[in-house]
Design a protein around this ligand. Structure first.
Ligand SMILES: *Cc1c(COP(=O)(O)O)cnc(C)c1O
Length: 663
């Protein structure tokens, strides 16, 4: 079993001397970073795309240098070397298990295109997957067309899954005839008839696979892909009928592959074991029937450890080698028990291959700071003798409402009164502020003053309870109360759709200042006008026990604060949507250059505002024309000068060509 990383509560507040080591633990980099992510002595995130032994890249340095190359934030950074490392890792694990157990078959991986269809990603997979004979898996006609054009070496496999029509099947069979190594996997019995008829007409010997509908169900968020009621695959009785159909066409020998897929991101090893055993049993039964299955395609499901805990849906409780060992071991055992030959093994791990390879870097634009450090900035007591110059808007005067004065008394008594008493009073008063304003008892100025006193008092109380075991609960409540909102330059809907749709956790953290103790807590709000457009759920790590907020550093005027969401390479790009018309971000491909430094191989520009408007049916000429009419009207009735009208038109047209995110 893998290590589990959640250790008893050890609050960050108790740490007096903050080092990089603390950041590693607080943000969990030591547990989710795996082979590819760590922190360096400058307090920056560091990436090792070829594994911990390979060259190190400073992410902060890359980001600060991007501006020079006209790359804008937010930016998606892809590391093709990571994809390569993952393919190598998976193949090596299989080779190791096969050798150790004396398994008779070989391993071949195929990459399921649906996990990341971006052309540069697929081209990278085809290029560096050559050493491991990686093929492609397609689940639809468009994906088939990608594979047919790009996968040129004849010994690399194309697996055709998904629902198929006659055109799909004919195209696949013609490509097979042309010399490509294509397997068509039957998802519904109707497809089998079409395959056999078409193959007869084309005089080609098809490679047929059956997708087995297992009774074993995966667990985790994507478990619906399997089990008796899933939408895919053939039940036992359909398999028996399928064999009859094959016999009619004298085509039993063309059934060469069995496939199953129990869902993506399977967090626990048990369903994987049961699935492989169930599928292996089906295979040995077919062998009794005279069908020799040459390939067992175990589908996807191999999970990625997004949080390092080993105990959540975003994690896995097994290592890659364990996953592989279980597949090889159980397949071999069942084959041997039933005197069946060992098939070659194909796996369709997509998430595992690409998840680590991309990350999204964004800047924090601004913050809504709730916790106050400097009390004198927020209100003044006229009798305290403090002079207030510019900011006398928040002044406690003789005629200030008694309620506000009470609140102020609580604040003044914080130091001498029992902490729990002050806390309860304060929480009670907070509830009242709102009500009294609505009832017309407090005017706007008094409500503002009360709000300020409350925030300053709560901040002070938080300091008084910090690190004190007796008041841990109060401290936690106040921490939540006073957490900031950091306004971040990205869209959750476009870049992290699974975070919004499924509550999936991605590691998110600042990429610099990690040698500094993060003194504030914040949730992240994105640029969309949707209240769901936020990240307010984080992992619990050592040193940190607060799921709603992330530790962050205070923002410095004029100094950018960069954060990144990691492990975003699987599914996020294509599932992302255009909510509020935020489009694709810029994307760059960074690889290790010969001298161990980095090179930017590709820069794919993100959508312009006009790209987005076009998509929803607006046309530039039309828009410009309409705006022109309006400005002309404004000039005629004297509201705008000619010069101002020209400026507005110029701004408009520049904005159309520009980025959808903030500059
Ligand atoms: C989606 C899918 C995969 C990819 O699975 P992951 O576990 O996400 O890598 C593999 N095979 C099939 C049939 C799929 O539908």
């Amino acid at each position: 079993m893998k290590k589990t990383s959640v250790v008893p509560f050890s609050p960050i507040e108790k740490v007096e001397k903050w080092t990089i080591e603390e950041s590693l633990k607080a943000y969990g980099v030591d547990v989710w970073g795996g082979d590819f992510f760590t922190l360096n002595s400058n307090g920056h995130v560091e990436i090792t795309p070829q594994g911990a032994e390979g060259p190190h890249l400073d992410l902060y340095k890359i980001v600060t240098e991007l501006g020079k190359q006209n790359v804008r934030l937010p930016v998606l950074i892809r590391f093709p070397d990571i994809i390569h490392s993952q393919m190598k890792k998976l193949s090596t694990c299989f080779d190791k298990a096969i050798q150790e157990y004396g398994y008779q078959g070989k391993y071949q991986g195929v990459f399921p295109i649906k996990v990341n269809q971006q052309s540069y990603v697929i081209k990278d997979i085809i290029k560096s997957g050559g050493s491991y004979n990686f093929g492609l898996e397609v689940g639809s006609k468009p994906e088939l067309l990608i594979a047919l054009a790009l996968l040129t070496e004849p010994d690399r496999i194309i697996i055709c899954n998904g629902f198929k029509d006659a055109e799909y099947i004919q195209t696949a069979l013609l490509s097979l005839k042309a010399g490509m190594r294509i397997f068509i996997v039957v998802e519904r019995l109707e497809e089998l008839n079409i395959i056999l008829k078409t193959a007869q007409n084309l005089k080609v010997e098809p490679n047929i696979g059956f997708r087995v509908k297992l009774n074993t169900q995966g667990n985790g968020k994507w478990m619906e892909s399997s089990g008796f009621k899933s939408k895919f695959g053939l039940t036992a009785s359909e398999i028996v009928q399928g064999l009859e159909i094959l016999k009619e066409y004298s085509a039993l020998e063309h059934l060469k592959l069995l496939h199953f897929h129990i869902g993506s991101q399977v967090p626990s090893i048990h369903p994987i074991k049961s699935a492989i055993r169930e599928a292996a049993r089906t295979m040995t039964e077919l062998y009794q029937f005279g069908v020799k299955i040459e390939y067992m395609d175990v589908g996807g499901g191999l999970g990625v450890d997004y949080d390092g805990t080993g105990q959540s849906h975003s994690s896995t409780n097994y290592s890659t080698q364990e996953y592989v060992n279980d597949i090889v071991y159980h397949l071999q055992t069942i084959c041997d028990e039933n005197n069946s030959p060992h098939p070659h093994i194909i796996s369709e791990s997509g998430r595992f291959i690409v998840a680590h390879s991309s990350l999204l870097v964004f800047n924090v634009m601004d913050a809504n700071l709730i916790e106050k450090d400097m009390e004198s900035d927020f209100f003044f007591d006229k009798n305290s003798g403090k002079t207030n110059t510019a900011k006398n808007a928040f002044l406690i005067e003789d005629n200030t409402h008694a309620f506000v004065k009470d609140l102020y008394e609580i604040y003044k008594g914080l130091e001498k009164n029992p902490i729990s008493e002050s806390f309860n009073d304060l929480i009670e008063k907070k509830k009242d502020i709102h009500q009294l304003f609505i009832y017309g008892v407090l005017n706007l100025k008094e409500a503002a003053l009360a709000e300020n006193i409350y925030c300053v008092a709560a901040s002070r109380l938080k300091k008084l309870t910090e690190g004190k075991e007796d008041y841990e609960e109060i401290f936690q409540v106040l921490t939540d109360e006073l957490a900031d909102i950091y306004f971040s330059n990205f869209s959750v809907f476009q870049s992290l759709p699974d975070s919004w749709a499924l509550g999936h956790l991605f590691p998110i953290m600042p990429i610099h200042r990690l040698d500094e103790k993060p003194m504030r807590r914040a949730s992240l709000a994105d640029l969309t006008c949707d209240s769901d457009g936020k990240i307010a759920h984080f992992m619990n790590y050592q040193l940190w026990k607060n799921e709603k907020h992330l530790m962050v550093h205070s923002l410095k005027k004029g100094v950018p604060y960069y954060m990144a969401a990691f492990l975003t390479g699987a599914y996020q790009e294509i599932l992302g949507d255009m909510h509020n018309l935020f489009g694709d971000t810029d994307a760059i491909h960074v690889s290790i250059s010969k001298n161990g430094n980095y090179s930017v191989d590709h820069h794919v520009e993100g959508d312009s505002i006009y790209d987005m408007l076009k998509y929803v049916g607006y046309h530039k000429r039309d828009l410009m024309e309409k705006l022109h009419q309006r400005t002309e009207g404004a000039v005629l009735n004297g509201k705008l000068s000619r010069e101002e009208a020209g400026k507005l038109l110029k701004n408009y047209s520049q904005a159309l060509a520009g980025y959808t995110y903030l500059g």
